[in-house]
Design a protein around this ligand. Structure first.
Ligand SMILES: Cc1cc2nc3c(=O)[nH]c(=O)nc-3n(C[C@H](O)[C@H](O)[C@H](O)COP(=O)(O)O)c2cc1C
Length: 325
């Protein structure tokens, strides 16, 4: 499989509230070739909003990151893309434009997947951003807007004509939100419709899934979101499967708890105010472990690293039989 821009093939998806520097660090270490920031509001950046700017911070040792912008005003998108390029310089891998988010608060403003209903405006955004930056510009979108109305192949062509350097397709309609399953056929149809690299996205939960998507669609890269939650190891499995090698063994309980601990440390270290964010990650890491159900309630009250450590210690003791449930 050819990599996106020659070298990126297993990508950590942009995920609002999840793909922060801590999570990106762990996924990159596990084998993700590239990671995206959470989606960044062009409007928020244009107001020099500190919280928005914070989303562009790099992790320690993170050399490059792909930044995802959302918005619907070509001039604002272009000026903020130029600002990001100037601020980040070499640490910017490329700029992605969000045309897939189906959340009501996003589409009601004309952003995210609402742009799939207005391909002319979507194309104007891509043209404006392309004219403003030297970095590659990519677009992420869905199978289409309305249930059953597959517009992605034509939309992809439109994005390519407007100058997009690559596209990512998530095989669900916007109206589907996250329901049902992703259709990988649309990824193949988009692949056939354009000549720029195509990244496939949706429902990759194992290395075998990634290899199957690549084989079925001819996509140039795979993008993973929910499958990596509490499971950064997925990237090592995907890399092995894409290389035609046996997938590494699933992590042990000790490894899962050690990763959860490290995640909590990273979040406290760089994102102190966001330790609350660790609660959902902790649930993901611990899901299915003995004692996890009882630990859930306590995790909801954790506010410090020590609180998390106590829950992790207990679960380790249960796993090793030193404590009963
Ligand atoms: C919590 C969460 C946050 C997300 N945030 C974004 C986002 O900021 N930008 C975006 O393009 N997609 C976002 N998505 C969509 C994912 O990038 C991805 O397209 C989708 O989850 C399908 O991939 P998956 O089946 O691997 O999860 C988000 C998804 C989730 C679950």
């Amino acid at each position: 499989m050819e990599g996106l821009f020659g070298k990126y093939r297993a990508l950590l998806a942009p995920m609002a509230g999840v793909s922060d520097i801590a999570f990106r660090t762990l996924c990159r270490e596990a084998g993700a070739d590239m990671a995206f920031t959470e989606m960044v509001s062009a409007k928020g950046l244009s107001f020099a909003n500190e919280k928005t700017r914070h989303l562009l911070a790099l992790a320690e040792g993170e050399e490059v990151v792909a930044v995802q912008l959302f918005g619907h005003e070509p001039a604002v998108m272009a000026s903020q893309a130029a600002w990001i390029e100037q601020e980040m310089g070499e640490s910017l891998a490329y700029l992605d434009i969000n045309m897939g988010c189906p959340a009501r608060k996003i589409v009601s403003k004309g952003d995210g997947s609402a742009l799939m209903r207005d391909p002319d405006l979507a194309a104007a955004i891509v043209r404006a951003v392309k004219a403003a930056v030297a970095h590659p510009v990519t677009v992420k979108f869905r199978r289409g807007w309305g249930l059953g109305d597959e517009t992605a192949p034509a939309f992809a062509r439109c994005m390519e004509e407007a100058g997009a350097d690559a596209v990512t397709v998530h095989g669900r309609f916007a109206e589907q939100l996250y329901r049902g399953s992703a259709d990988w056929g649309v990824i193949a149809r988009v692949r056939a419709a354009v000549s720029v690299p195509v990244v496939g996205n949706g429902d990759i939960r194992s290395g075998a899934d990634a290899a199957a998507m690549a084989a079925a669609t001819g996509c140039d890269g795979v993008m993973i979101a929910r499958g990596a939650e509490g499971n950064p190891w997925l990237f090592s499995q995907v890399q092995a499967a894409l290389a035609g090698q046996p997938e590494p063994a699933l992590p042990t309980v000790d490894e899962r708890i050690a990763m959860a601990r490290r995640h909590a440390e990273l979040l406290t270290h760089r994102e102190g105010r966001n330790i609350v964010r660790m609660r959902k990650h902790a649930m993901w890491y611990l899901a299915g472990l003995p004692g996890a159900a009882a630990a859930r309630g306590r995790i909801n009250y954790c506010t410090t690293l020590d609180d998390f450590d106590r829950v992790f210690d207990e679960l380790l003791e249960i796993a090793h039989g030193a404590r009963s449930l």
